[in-house]
Design a protein around this ligand. Sequence first.
Ligand SMILES: C[S@@+](CC[C@H](N)C(=O)[O-])C[C@H]1O[C@@H](n2cnc3c(N)ncnc32)[C@H](O)[C@@H]1O
Length: 253
Amino acid sequence: MTQQPVTYLQPSSPPTFYGLGVGPGPAGLLPVAALDILQQVDYIYAPRAKVAVQSVALEALRGLPFDPGKVRDIEFNMDGDDDRIAEHYAALAREIAALGQAGKSVAYLTIGDAMTYSTLGYLAAALRREAPELPQKLLPGVTSYAATAALTGFALGEGKERVLILPCPDDIATLAADIAANDIVVLMKVGKRLSAVLDVLRGLGISEHCALGHRLGLSGEVVLPSLEQVPDAQKLGYLSVLLIRKNKPRRFS
Ligand SMILES: C[S@@+](CC[C@H](N)C(=O)[O-])C[C@H]1O[C@@H](n2cnc3c(N)ncnc32)[C@H](O)[C@@H]1O
């Protein structure tokens, strides 16, 4: 059977639900098709953490040409309670389903890549249950680690190097084992464990060729191409991604 490749070049006719990965990092990081969709949809849903003044995903769109009047601020509280999280996404799905029934298209913003450690998956699943007839298109975006790699000149794999992507383990001893078993480790969700992680890297003598991206594209952004000196490690863990390289990079000269 011959299938046509998927294209994002022509936005679907409404109603459609779009999940868009936007940012993070230097302004302008999102697919051309996503910008097209932002301009065509009726509503742009921008999730904002309860503790935040502004949506991080919306900040990633600053300077881009779209109608800010379409934006709906969606407050969320990721407190770890599975029932409350499920109810939040079910309610959101019912609201978007109703808009779909009224013939409207909705774009939902998510930071970085749409399906990498992203809650967009919860919303997409809830929508499939609440409104199976509503067409869905999820567009990939730039991950926080791809943005950090580009900003620091860190090769995310050369030749046949093994790359492991994982949320920072609570048990730091397992991190040393992960580094031993791979060439590169991408560490997300570092949080308060940053100081302990830096101790591991120093112990292994590899801090020099590891990198960090903190609050990319946001106020207080820090980009470190080497972790030999890390000022204020207590504060830098939140919204940070670390790129760990076990061996010195091979450079072609
Ligand atoms: C829920 S995950 C979202 C991942 C995201 N979908 C991606 O593609 O990178 C949150 C983690 O992503 C990373 N992250 C997200 N936004 C970031 C930013 N602006 N700067 C640095 N790291 C970020 C951090 O590791 C954070 O703990």
